[in-house]
Design a protein around this ligand. Structure first.
Ligand code: ACO
Length: 314
C-alpha cells in the first residue's frame, strides 16, 4: 500500500466520509478511479450489444418492450458513469478514444455470443445478478460521485435481474425444448459470469489492484469474496428455476458456511481480457462503427453550442 496520502485524506476515509471532486486526493487514487469507472462505463455501453441482438426477435411485444427498456437503461448507466468519471478531470471523448484503441478495457462477459432467446434470460439472471453483487458495495465507495451513481444503477439492475429470472422461469416451465434451451444458456453463461468478478485474490492468477483499492475504500470486498457471495445467492435460485448449474462440485460446506465449487479457469478470463474471446473483434468493430456513424450528431451538437454560446454569455 503506497503512502502518498495526506492526513486529511486519510481522516475522511477513516471516518467513513466521502471524497468529493474538489477534495485533495492522491494521484494514484484518482488514476485508479478513472481506470475502474471508465472500464465500468465502457462495459455498460458494450453490454448493450449482446442483448440488442435480440430486440428484433423477442418472442412477444411485451418481451420486446421490456428488453428495449433494459438496453436503454444500460446506455443510461454508461452516461452516469462517464459523467461521474469526468468529475476527476478527464474528458469522455478521450475515454472513448482509449476504449476504441484498446488502451482501456471493458468487462470480459460481453465478449460471449447470445445464441438463443434464453441467453437474454441468462444474462439478466446471472450477469446482472453478478453485477449487483459487485456494485451494491460500490454504493459505499469512498468517492462520492461514483457511490451516488451506483445507487440508481443498482436499483435498475435489480429490475434487470428479475426480468432475466422471469424469462428463464417461463422457459423452464415450458416445453422440453424450451427448458433445454434455458439449461443450455445457463451452462454457457455460468463460468463467464463467475469470471466477471476478476482474477483470484492470491496466487498466480491474482489481479493486483485489490489491496490498494480496499485500503482506499474503493473496493469494499475482494474479488473472491464477492464471487463466493454470488455463488451462495445463486444456487438456491437455480433450484427454484428447476435448472442445474454446470459444476458437479457445488456442495454446501457447513463448516465454511458457503458452497464449495470447482476453481474458476482464469486462463480463459485472461485470454478474453487480452482480446481473444469469442466476440471481442465483433464487439469492438461494432462500437467503433457506431461511434463513427454518430460523428454528425456530435458535430451538429458542437455547431449548435457554438452558435448559441455568445447569446448565453451576453
Ligand atoms: N473483465 C475485464 N477486465 C477485468 C475483469 C473482467 N471481468 N476483471 C478484472 N479485469 C482487469 C482489471 O481491470 C485489471 O486490469 P488493468 O490492471 O489492466 O487495469 C486486471 O484485470 C486485474 O484485476 P483486479 O486487480 O482485480 O482489478 P480491479 O481492482 O479493477 O477489479 C473489478 C476488477 C472487480 C471488475 C473492478 O474493476 C470493479 O469492481 N469494477 C466495477 C464494476 C464493473 O466494471 N462492472 C462491469 C460489468 S457489469 C455491467 O456492466 C452490467
Amino acid at each position: 500500500v503506497v503512502a502518498e496520502e495526506s492526513a486529511s485524506f486519510r481522516d475522511v476515509l477513516d471516518s467513513g466520509g466521502r471524497i468529493e471532486p474538489r477534495d485533495e486526493m492522491p494521484e494514484g487514487y484518482r488514476r485508479t478511479l478513472i481506470r475502474q469507472m471508465a472500464q465500468h462505463a465502457h462495459s455498460e455501453i458494450i453490454g448493450m450489444q449482446p442483448e440488442g441482438n435480440w430486440i428484433s426477435r423477442a418472442p412477444s411485444l411485451r418481451r420486446k418492450a421490456i428488453l428495449m427498456a433494459k438496453v436503454q437503461d444500460e446506455a443510461g448507466h454508461g452516461l452516469y458513469l462517464y459523467a461521474a468519471a469526468e468529475t476527476l478531470g478527464v474528458d469522455r471523448a478521450d475515454l472513448l478514444d482509449q476504449l476504441h484503441d484498446g488502451r482501456q478495457k471493458y468487462s470480459s462477459i460481453f465478449n460471449y455470443p447470445t445464441l438463443t432467446w434464453a441467453d437474454v434470460g441468462a444474462i439478466g439472471w446471472l450477469v446482472d445478478g453478478a453485477a449487483i453483487v459487485n456494485q451494491v458495495p460500490l454504493c459505499r465507495c469512498s468517492y462520492g460521485p461514483y457511490a451516488r451513481a451506483m445507487v440508481r444503477v443498482c436499483k435498475e439492475e435489480s429490475f434487470h435481474q428479475r426480468q432475466g429470472f422471469d424469462i428463464l422461469h417461463t422457459l423452464a416451465q415450458g416445453t422440453p425444448a424450451q427448458k433445454a434451451m434455458a439449461q443450455d444458456a445457463v451452462d454457457r453463461y455460468w463460468w463467464p459470469s463467475l469470471m466477471m468478478f476478476g482474477p483470484a485474490d492470491s496466487g498466480a492468477d491474482s489481479g493486483g489492484h485489490t489491496a490498494q483499492s480496499m485500503a482506499w475504500g474503493i473496493k469494499r470486498f475482494s474479488n473472491d469474496e464477492l464471487r463466493q457471495k454470488f455463488i451462495d445467492m445463486t444456487v438456491p435460485q437455480a433450484d427454484a428455476l428447476g435448472l442445474t448449474l454446470p459444476d458437479p462440485a457445488l456442495t454446501w460446506n457447513e463448516e465454511r458456511g458457503h458452497f464449495d465449487h470447482t476453481p474458476v479457469d482464469f486462463t480463459e478470463l485472461f485470454e478474453v481480457i487480452a482480446g481473444r474471446g469469442p466476440c471481442n473483434e465483433q464487439r469492438m468493430a461494432h462500437r467503433v462503427g457506431a461511434h463513427r456513424d454518430g460523428a454528425w450528431v456530435r458535430d451538429a451538437a458542437e455547431a449548435y453550442a457554438a452558435k448559441h454560446a455568445p447569446r448565453a454569455t451576453a
